[in-house]
Design a protein around this ligand. Structure first.
Ligand code: ADP
Ligand code: MG
Length: 689
């Protein structure tokens, strides 16, 4: 495999420039030419002044008619230019005295710049310009001019010459097209260097509309290779995991049977199927890496419980990790109820568990006395040692980014034995994303809700009708139902959101004096939150005013009404999660989306989707469409999603090809690494698991 050449090999690249290029993710000559233009300028021809219009970026030329200093709001040098077809004004706010002489009437000038409407017809402000001779005809540029994304201290012209130099070198030395010949033939892909030359130096006849929307075959060729690199990197992670050893946990079945007998319901067939898939994974001596997707309320916790019992039944430990203390605590109390009758000790660890209590829990975890450990991130912090951990369940994985997932894998590892991992998410992940962001995981889907659920009715109401909404709460609670009143995030501020919730609680207490109203928000101590939550669960409160802290996993079947204030502030996935808190019992449930007018186009669209469907997968697809993958994955810095050329939405149709091509690439020794290296560099966390 031909080595990538360091960027220093180019003429004129010293340490300072190298650093700047690094900021753009460029370290090699091959990497430099993957830095593609964001748009193009057409300097290949001179436009007639009569045919240019506002917004055009173009070359014009003509004879100078007049040049004057004008004292307006800002002093400016104003120059009138004419050609055979019309005229235009050039305006300079910064100018030297000498310029007045240079731009003297009668001279011929060629300019490049953007045409804009001015006080008296069209103008160009600060155009690039050059005096030309009367008969100078040819325009120097014979290709469209690329405009590149820049970084501070690296001017456009400098980057252009560098890339030009790199391309000239590659034309002579050749650029190793990493894609195998059979792949290129089968998918009719242009040669890499050809595609790059086209994109950096498009011919004047190039279809700009196609290029500027990223749909040119040359761009698609590169997008495909970039997506391939990402996909391969995840497959690599997966392969590395599969080389690790895990404790095989063949099912003994006895504990599970007793657990299921004690439940007041039978598993749904989807739960049974997914649980079987998990059992097969667990019986192997390679670590399980399985993602279980299931809509809110589909009963994912059962899958976790059954998996944990397989570990515990063999005398090992399992851990269940949740993203928030409320959720972790809820799991803790559920698992205690389910497991203690089976003689299993459950330990509990979160940030708030401190002092003597913490030591005690740590001791039980280290000794193996506690077979199941439930907690938050605190589980994988310094100082926590497990006796014999063989399974980690991560609930609501949506909150954890890809990197966190990888680092957890690392932390959970103990010597040569890696734990099995079961990841559960209530946010259905669009298929396109599972193929890229989650290609390192196997996937199971619980596509069925337990029987007897009634779908939530969703109403979209303006907050000018707040009184009606309050009456609705009164009516529901007077019939013995419970309700949530959710105040949404104000500009990412926990403080403001909590204040909004406090104000809402005060207002509702005044309006609904007969109701028992509780308040829960992110600024409260965890113990306070837990107290309020359990009071609501025990139906000692009728109405719970909350911030989005209740989003995840809270389970109170008697709650049948949810009001969401300013739902337009939230993404679809989050709204869906919130709404999933109601409709858990058998009574008809309602979710009122109380928006504040005016709504943006997107806001209106989101609320419409919420009203029309309760299908989490449909909502997730729509969310992806409206907000893009970074948001949908719950973290903007997934690293993974920092695509340079590809766009997951625009290029989604490439993904099935990417998957197939990856298989072909893997049959070539070392090729996968070369592709990953070229597109992602070596700095990625993917390099090591
Ligand atoms: P998820 O985590 O997928 O949102 P949970 O595991 O919290 O859902 O389950 C939601 C509710 O449904 C819980 O009250 C749980 O006891 C109940 N449940 C789970 N499985 C079943 C089933 N097969 N039949 C009836 N109820 C179930
Ligand atoms: Mg859950």
């Amino acid at each position: 495999m031909q080595q990538e050449s360091p960027i220093r090999d180019l003429k004129g690249v010293g340490a300072a420039l190298e650093l700047k290029l690094q900021r753009l993710g460029i370290t090699t000559i091959q990497g430099l030419v993957l830095h593609l233009p964001i748009r193009y300028q057409d300097r290949t021809r001179v436009r007639a002044l009569a045919e240019v219009g506002p917004g055009d970026e173009c070359v014009i030329q003509g004879d100078i008619q007049s040049t004057d200093i004008v004292q307006g709001r800002r002093r400016a040098l104003v120059c009138r230019l004419r050609d055979e077809t019309g005229g235009i004004t050039l305006r300079f706010f910064h100018f030297a005295a000498a310029q007045i002489k240079i731009l003297s009437p009668g001279k011929r000038l060629r300019c490049f710049g953007e045409v804009r409407p001015g006080p008296s017809g069209l103008e160009m402000i600060h155009p690039e310009y050059r005096l030309i001779t009367q008969d100078e005809r040819e325009v120097t540029e014979d290709t469209l001019t690329p405009v590149y994304p820049l970084t501070e201290g690296l001017p456009q012209g400098r980057l252009r010459t560098l890339i030009h130099q790199a391309l000239e070198q590659l034309k002579i030395r050749g650029l190793n097209d990493l894609l195998p010949l059979e792949v290129k033939q089968h998918w009719r892909l242009p040669d890499l260097l050809e595609a790059l030359l086209y994109l950096h130096q498009p011919p004047p006849s190039a279809n700009l509309a196609l290029l500027e929307t990223g749909r040119h075959p040359a761009q698609r060729r590169l997008a495909l290779e970039e997506l391939l690199a990402h996909h391969l990197s995840l497959l690599k992670v997966r392969q590395q995991v599969q080389q690790q050893r895990a404790q095989p946990l063949p099912s003994m079945g006895e504990l599970e049977a007793r657990f299921l007998q004690n439940l007041p319901f039978a598993l749904t067939s989807a739960q049974t199927r997914v649980s079987d898939e998990v059992s097969v994974d667990l019986s192997r001596s390679t670590p399980m890496l399985r993602l279980v997707q299931g809509d809110v309320g589909s009963g994912k916790t059962m899958i976790a419980a059954l998996a944990a019992l397989k570990a515990i039944g063999q005398g090992y430990q399992a851990a269940v990790m949740a993203p928030t203390e409320i959720l972790a605590e809820q799991h803790f109390s559920n698992f205690k109820v389910w497991f203690e009758p089976l003689g299993i000790t459950v330990a509990w660890l979160a940030g708030k568990v401190k002092g003597k209590q913490r030591l005690e829990q740590l001791q039980r975890i280290a000794s193996g006395d506690a077979a199941l450990v439930v907690g938050t991130h605190a589980l994988f912090q310094e100082g926590v040692t497990f006796a014999n951990l063989v399974l980690i369940v991560i609930d609501e994985q949506h909150r954890f980014g890809v990197h966190q997932r990888l680092s957890l894998r690392e932390k959970g590892r103990d010597g040569r034995i890696a734990p099995h991992q079961l990841i559960m998410t209530a946010t259905p992940i669009p298929r396109t994303l599972t193929m890229t962001a989650y290609a390192d995981l196997d996937c199971s889907i619980i596509d069925e809700l337990p029987p007897g659920r009634t779908p939530v009715n969703t109403l979209v109401i303006s907050d000018t009708r707040r009184d009606e909404v309050v009456e609705r709460v009164r009516a529901a609670c007077s019939q013995g139902r419970q309700a949530y009143w959710v105040c949404t995030l104000i500009e990412e501020s926990d403080v403001l959101e909590s204040q909004a919730a406090e104000m809402a609680a005060q207002y509702l207490t005044e309006s609904l004096p007969e109701l028992r109203i509780g308040l829960i928000h992110g600024r409260m101590k965890a113990t306070e939150k837990a107290k309020i939550m359990s009071a609501f669960k025990a139906a000692e409160l009728d109405l719970l005013v909350a911030t989005t802290v209740i989003e995840v996993g809270v389970d109170v079947p008697n709650a049948s009404l949810m009001i969401i204030e300013n739902p337009e502030r939230l993404g679809l996935a989050q709204l869906h999660q919130l709404r999933g808190r109601v409709g858990r019992g058998s009574v008809e449930s309602y979710c009122v989306l109380m928006y504040h007018a005016p709504l943006s186009q997107q806001g209106r669209e989101r609320l419409r989707v919420m009203k029309e469907t309760t299908d989490g997968f449909k909502i997730a697809e729509k969310d992806l469409e409206l907000r893009g993958p970074g948001e949908v994955l719950g973290t903007r810095q997934t690293g993974l999603m920092q695509l340079r050329i590809a766009d997951l939405q625009r290029d989604a149709d490439l993904l099935p090809d990417v998957k197939q091509i990856a298989q072909a690439v893997l049959t070539h020794e070392g090729l996968s690494d070369a592709i990953i290296q070229r597109w992602m560099g070596s700095s990625e966390a993917y390099a090591q698991v």
